[in-house]
Design a protein around this ligand. Structure first.
Ligand SMILES: [Zn+2]
Length: 61
């Protein structure tokens, strides 16, 4: 099983040590898994400033 990381900046979940979107180093310490399908209609996406659909972590340390 692959280790999943979450970006400290944009919170996207990835299996890479760096964020594929913003290039920020990712963290293994994250909690809360959310899938955003339509950021413009999602309260969570707006709160987290998410603009692209995808899988995100609610909290990243
Ligand atoms: Zn990022």
């Amino acid at each position: 099983m692959k280790t999943l990381y979450a970006c400290k900046n944009c919170h996207i979940i990835t299996d890479k040590p760096e964020c594929p979107i913003c290039g920020t180093p990712t963290s293994k310490k994250w909690r809360g898994y959310v899938v955003i399908f339509d950021p413009t209609r999602s309260m969570i996406a707006q709160k987290m400033s998410i603009t692209k659909p995808g899988e995100y972590a609610l909290k990243v340390r």
